[in-house]
Design a protein around this ligand. Structure first.
Ligand code: AMP
Length: 402
């Protein structure tokens, strides 16, 4: 049972082909720099296997349609044998960033679903159009194959009104749907389910704090298996300090910058999304570079690390208050899985709250689910690698009743 997963961004398409009989990855790839003079295509067949094969090429990729065509052509190479016939594909699972209030769960794509994704474009103007392109091209290339949309926002649709409302005029919610939505839902749900399996209890009986720290960062409070609060908001900007995104700022910063720095709203938005976060504080947005810079005495790099981990800790405290009882804290994504220092600084000093990390065990890159807390810790601490592609394929399979 082969499921193709498509994650279509504004200038790239990530794809993965999985055999869902044993959840093995048959091929995984990326088409980048769509629309630029030269596009980059990379596909790894049977990643990690003895017969792994990496195919790379540069070619013009004028638009998403040609990007998808190139990906499907690569996957259909008869020498690789991963797609022999297009009808081999049981389903295509699409990551869709913003489902607004229309989608609470993964959904089989129909004309109405496409219209609803389109309606939500104002909430994610960069992402939803690219996601729609990916879906439309896949519908053409795989005519008759079921297409399933998996929304980043869906897992958070259980957040109650007192947590998702901003305290601004209510009409803005009624007329423009301005509220907190949350993102990274597929990742939070995936690691929470994995954690339940590891603890050996049903997810519905667990209270968890899931911390996704990658280029984008977010934290979710999960009560009895459901998201009840999360740090990202109307757009993926609120909350934690990210690679280039500021996270929380005083909303009056817009007026201040407009009046004092002659910046217009687009420039401020661009600055908060692309020039802020770790990069804004020290000029570097990759945590590996930040550690190197700290080692050579760069004070601003140290400040960036301190600001990010302090914000993390502050939200851990907030979500402990939201949940009351916390069974486990989970770290995931690029920084969460690989950076022992960030994990340690995030939870440092929380021992009085029953959170005690085993610093020796923590001192590693997490390649498989690993318990990072001491046996005495009341709250378990887990490092769990996220796998959004597998999560999307599982969801697509479940929607189709398999
Ligand atoms: P993601 O968005 O989940 O792919 O995470 C990407 C980010 O993870 C990068 O920008 C780095 O900051 C971080 N990262 C990746 N590998 C490492 C590592 N070995 N140590 C520290 N941070 C890492």
């Amino acid at each position: 049972m082969k499921i193709l997963v498509i994650n279509s961004g504004s200038s790239s398409i990530k794809f993965q082909l999985l055999d869902m009989v044993d959840e093995s990855v048959l091929a995984s790839g990326l088409v980048e720099r769509i629309g630029e003079t030269e596009g980059l295509v990379k596909c790894t067949f049977r990643p990690g296997g003895e017969d792994e094969l990496v195919v790379k090429k540069t070619t013009t990729v004028p638009d998403h349609k040609s990007g998808m065509q190139i990906a499907v052509e690569l996957l259909s190479d008869p020498r690789q044998g991963v797609i022999v016939n297009r009808s081999d594909i049981y389903a295509v699972g699409h990551r869709v960033v913003h489902g607004g209030e229309d989608f609470h769960k993964p959904t089989l794509i129909s004309g109405d679903v496409l219209a609803a994704i389109e309606k939500n474009i104002p909430l994610a103007p960069l992402h939803n159009p690219a996601n729609l392109d990916g879906i439309r091209v896949a519908q053409e290339l795989f005519a008759g194959v079921p297409q399933v949309a998996i929304f980043d926002t869906a897992f958070h649709q259980t957040i109650p009104p007192h947590a998702y409302h901003y305290a601004i005029p209510y009409e803005l919610y009624e007329q423009q749907r301005v509220r907190r939505y949350g993102f990274h839902g597929t990742s939070h749900k995936f690691v929470a389910s994995e954690c339940a399996g590891l603890i050996g209890k049903p997810l519905a009986e667990l209270n968890l704090i899931s911390i996704h720290l990658g280029n984008g960062c977010s934290m979710t409070a999960i009560k009895n298996g459901e998201s009840v609060d999360t740090t990202l908001g109307l757009t993926p900007l609120e909350g934690l300090v990210m690679g280039t995104r500021s996270g929380d700022v005083d909303p009056a910063i817009h007026a201040f910058l407009a009046r004092n720095c002659n910046m217009d709203i687009d420039a401020i938005n661009e600055m908060l999304n692309k020039e802020s976060g770790l990069k804004g504080l020290c000029g570097l947005n990759d945590m590996r570079d930040i550690h190197d810079a700290i080692a050579s005495g760069n004070k601003r790099a140290k400040l960036a690390l301190d600001v990010q981990t302090y914000r993390n800790k502050k939200y851990v405290g907030a979500f402990m208050a939201v949940l009351g009882r916390v069974d486990a804290i989970i770290f995931t994504a690029g920084i969460g899985e690989n950076d022992a220092v960030v994990r340690e600084m995030t939870l440092r000093g929380l021992e009085p709250f029953g959170i005690a990390m085993d610093l020796e065990v923590n001192n590693q890159r997490i390649k498989k689910p690993t318990l990072l807390s001491t046996p005495e810790s009341r709250v378990q601490i887990w490092g769990i690698p996220t796998n959004e592609e597998l999560a999307i394929a599982r969801e697509a399979k479940a929607v189709l009743g398999k």
